[in-house]
Write a protein that binds this ligand. Sequence first.
Ligand code: PNS
Length: 165
Amino acid sequence: MTAIAVYPGSFDPVTNGHLDIIERSAKVFDKVVVAVLHNRNKVPLFSVEERVAMLKESTAYISNTEVDSFNGLLIDYIREKNARTIVRGLRAVSDFEYEMQAASINRKLDPDIETFFMMTNNQYSYLSSSIVKEVAKYEANVQDLVPASVQKALRQKYSHLTDEK
Ligand code: PNS
């Protein structure tokens, strides 16, 4: 049986913290599907297509990963992909409350699907897509925080702010 895991998220944009989780979970599972949520609640900086493209480029060196996007309930998507595991990264205690709620509701919806938590590498414990966007907006160097393609995309997104100065 092939052990397929789904790593879902907003990935707006993917950071080195996400990549750390993808790399490490790809060593544990036969296949890891990185799934970008079409999130209707948050207004994203990058479109789903842009987020998928950046993820594809930055995970190309990990052969057992696939990048996709999904709509609706995560549990339905997991079943559709014939997966049985959800991968989530935990950076700090502050992540725990939301993640416990999400894992509990997902277990209630389908007890056969398990959530697998990985502690993010300590060097990325402060890192989030929001923090990256916040500092990139002010032209700070995000070289060590995100893959090169994301750094370039952020520069392009925020170039109009620099032009306005
Ligand atoms: O990167 P994020 O924004 O923390 O990811 C959150 C995500 C995508 C895992 C979560 O919002 C999700 O699974 N949404 C799909 C809708 C759903 O199934 N909700 C119930 C479980 S929270």
